[in-house]
Design a binder for this molecule. Structure first.
Ligand SMILES: Cc1cc2nc3c(=O)[nH]c(=O)nc-3n(C[C@H](O)[C@H](O)[C@H](O)COP(=O)(O)OP(=O)(O)OC[C@H]3O[C@@H](n4cnc5c(N)ncnc54)[C@H](O)[C@@H]3O)c2cc1C
Length: 749
């Protein structure tokens, strides 16, 4: 299972997202949010689409949000749907979209005696107070609260919907249903606000007395009964929302999840035998907000819980670790996924007397690392987005927050997170020159990068590549080139190359890494895959992106070439595949393409291995993989002397010598000349195959040749069916005749 990494993007009071009524402006700003999350290797966004009784989407039952347009009830200009836009943009990047709702909040700013001059908001009838809010433009006339004044109570200058009323809970269920039915969201998410914080049972019942009297359902009218009734109201709401989401999932076949992010202390051990070992002065959630989150976990009414553990490890009464362990132990008894909510904001906005406890820039990183060690913790969520994206070091602890962000970001980018990154292809050079395979891979990578909507990066490790060659990579499809050039990298040696690549992967977190199945690619990539704990599929013939999951589909022949297997690496990144050289064609050069070249310094000590020289493999002559003409022979040439005809013709045409495995096994020619599944893949302009039957394994190596000519007396031989020109005849007659006809025309002998 993937590790969940997300940030909350709060829209209430435009905390993390400004007013943006224009579609282009909104899209632009939301993309900036996604850019940041992708940069941090997060894989989900939790965006507040209903900060109050309002909506960031067209709704039949809730007014447009003023945090979107500046005025509640006012639609954004033009015909567009912000939530649909966000979901689409988020999915394009391969992230999950969690729609965050506040269920009961009617107003967000406390009123005072001066808010409505001449009126006394604490005393006046609710309908009149709500009318004042409508007149002053804070609430829309169609707001559920305005239409149902009896369902609203006031506490400490704020207005709330009364959770004790079935019609209120129905409205919340309808709101969720409307979102899930009309939008492809991945989850519905509620935060920690159920009743106002820390209002004792008796006082709370005093405030919501009418609902209590009307809907008491047998709960006793004493302190215990009242508290139980308040919790029961939230139980009913959560259970109702759960059922509604399941019903919608059943209808649509989707799997929209339901998550809640409560305050991290349920009850203290001191007050409840199942509570956490937290100090008795700590405010408790179930006792103070009447939300029995432990019950929701044990009953499986939610799919995930994000325990807000916003206290530092050294906190006197609610230290991070015992609480994380308490939640891990609880969730081990249930299928509910546990994520930890981290309070990054505390570095800068903790109460003044607490700021000193947040001077350690490693605090959040240590919390995350600690949580990762608890097997039950499936991820982390960070509060809040604007603290992650902050660049200014001003104010108390400003620099601490920036340092904390840097450490955390590095950790997430290099660690277990699986977000979507760029597509990388490895370029290869020899003697300071790029090999053709560098461009072939770019053609493959381009298709994948376009499907994912991510950049295509060409990585070149070596020595002496000039700017012109790096620019050629861009002209052949790369958006960016990462070039690591150093004398110590002049020759391919696995260890230093692997060190470079490992560091690049840790720094930039690519989603996909493709390399050629050349001897260096086949040596380097498995080594790196083991080092970065990911999978590798060798010798792929086809690559594609899976709809929905956006995983890389890696297809290669298996079981002796008798089946094509498609392999995925769903849980690790990058997804690494090697591809045979010549199995695709480079894109035509586009002189107008632009991109960036990044020169990355090589800062490792020289390795233990020294290259002393090179020896030509095979018989010399043109390189089989690079040659324009290949003449190949098989068992039909009868003996080593017969194979000499192939050599002669190849030499005459300035081409390379190829062979079937049978010919190689008979030692008529050496192994480096073998073509096919366990030999080389070639893609010449002309391929002549003489005395070869055309087994499936052989054909796998020549399929992309431009013009294939076969010479075989058996008209049923499989090689003829792939050939552009099939000569049904005896090689001992056809090849000499051909040589005779061509003599002198190629400058050969
Ligand atoms: C896992 C696996 C991997 C393999 N990998 C490869 C690979 O990479 N490359 C490879 O080649 N094989 C590979 N093989 C072996 C493959 O299955 C075949 O056995 C092999 O390709 C046969 O070679 P051939 O065509 O030369 O011989 P044959 O299949 O015996 O064919 C000889 C052909 O010569 C023709 N012939 C006879 N007389 C003449 C004549 N006078 N003139 C012209 N033609 C004549 C015959 O009609 C016949 O079609 C692999 C097998 C396995 C199981």
């Amino acid at each position: 299972m993937k590790t969940f990494r997300a940030a909350w993007v709060a829209t209430v009071r435009n905390l993390d997202f400004p007013v943006a009524p224009d579609e282009d402006v909104f899209r632009d700003r939301f993309r900036q949010v996604l850019d940041t999350l992708a940069d941090w290797n997060m894989n989900a966004v939790i965006f507040q689409v209903r900060p109050m009784l309002d909506a960031f989407y067209p709704s039949a039952i809730n007014p447009w949000s003023r945090f979107l347009t500046g005025k509640q009830g006012e639609a954004p200009a033009g015909d567009w749907n912000p939530l649909a836009l966000m979901v689409e943009e988020t999915h394009k990047r391969g992230l999950e979209y969690h729609a965050w709702l506040n269920p009961y909040r009617v107003t967000g700013e406390r009123y005072s005696d001066d808010t409505f001059p001449g009126f006394s908001p604490d005393e006046m009838p609710m309908a009149e107070l709500l009318a004042l809010y409508v007149d002053s433009g804070v609430l829309a006339a169609g707001n559920f609260a305005v239409l149902h004044p009896h369902a609203v109570y006031r506490h400490a200058g704020l207005l709330y919907l009364d959770a004790g009323l079935p019609e209120v809970r129905r409205h919340i269920v309808d709101t969720v249903t409307e979102i899930v039915r009309n939008h492809d969201v991945d989850a519905i998410h509620f935060d920690d606000y159920f009743y106002p914080y820390n209002v004792p049972e008796d006082e709370m019942i005093g405030i919501t007395r009418t609902a209590f009297d009307l809907h008491r359902n047998g709960f006793a009218d004493d302190r215990q009964g009242r508290g139980a009734w308040l919790r029961h109201n939230n139980d009913e709401m959560i259970y109702g929302v759960r059922r509604a989401i399941l019903a919608e999932n059943g209808r649509s076949g989707r799997n929209v999840r339901f998550g809640v992010s409560p305050f991290g202390v349920w009850w203290n051990l001191e007050h409840h035998p199942d509570g956490s070992p937290t100090g008795d002065t700590t405010f408790t959630y179930s006792g103070g907000v009447y939300a029995d989150t432990r019950k929701w976990v044990l009953e499986g009414w939610i799919d995930y819980i994000v325990a807000q553990l916003y206290w530092e490890r050294s906190h006197a009464t609610a230290p991070f670790e015992p609480l994380a362990r308490w939640w891990a132990e609880l969730c081990s008894q249930s299928p509910v996924d546990l994520y930890i909510g981290h309070g990054n904001y505390k570095h800068v906005t903790a109460p003044f007397h607490e700021l000193d406890s947040w001077l350690d820039a490693r605090e959040i990183l240590e919390q995350v690392t600690l949580a990762e060690k608890l097997g039950q913790v499936k991820g982390s969520v960070f509060f809040a987005f604007n603290h992650l994206s902050r660049t200014d070091s001003g104010g108390p602890n400003g620099q601490v927050l920036l340092d904390s962000n840097r450490l955390l970001r590095e950790h997430l980018r290099g660690g277990r997170y699986r977000g979507i990154g760029a597509v990388w292809t490895m370029a290869e050079q020899f003697g300071g020159k790029l090999k053709a395979v560098s461009f072939e891979l770019l053609a493959r990578g381009r298709i994948l990068a376009d499907k994912l909507g991510v950049p295509l990066v060409s990585v070149l490790i070596g020595d002496g590549a000039c700017e012109e060659e790096l620019a050629a990579l861009i002209r052949h499809g790369a958006d960016e080139v990462y070039s690591v050039q150093d004398r110590a990298l002049a020759d391919f040696v696995c260890e230093p190359y692997a060190l470079v690549l490992e560091k690049l992967i840790a720094d930039f977190s690519p989603a996909i890494l493709l390399a050629a199945a050349t001897s260096s690619g086949r040596t380097l990539l498995p080594y790196v895959a083991v080092k970065v704990h990911t999978g590798l599929t060798a010798d792929c013939t086809e690559l594609d992106i899976e709809e929905g999951t956006r995983n890389l589909l890696q297809t290669r022949p298996a079981i002796g070439g008798n089946i094509m297997a498609t392999i995925k690496t769903p849980d690790c990144r990058p997804q690494i595949a090697t591809v045979r050289p010549k199995s695709s064609r480079p894109l035509p050069e586009d002189k107008n393409r632009s991109g960036t070249v990044r020169h990355i310094p090589f800062d490792h000590a020289a390795g233990k291995v020294k290259v002393t020289g090179y020896r030509q493999e095979g018989e010399g002559g043109a390189s089989l993989e690079e040659a324009d003409v290949v003449v190949a022979g098989g068992r039909g040439l009868k003996k080593a002397e017969g194979f000499a005809m192939v050599r002669g013709l190849a030499e005459m045409l300035g081409g390379a010598v190829g062979a079937s495995r049978d010919a190689v096994d008979r030692a008529w020619v050496s192994y480096p000349h073998q073509v096919g599944l366990s030999g080389k893949t070639v893609s010449p302009k002309v391929y002549i195959a003489a005395g070869v039957s055309g087994s499936i394994q052989y054909l796998a190596g020549i399929q992309t040749g431009e013009a294939i000519i076969s010479v075989n007396p058996d008209p049923q031989a499989a090689i003829h069916s792939l050939a552009d020109l099939g000569i049904v005849g005896d090689a001992f007659r056809v090849l000499p005749a051909l040589a005779k006809r061509l003599e002198g025309r190629f400058g050969g002998k």
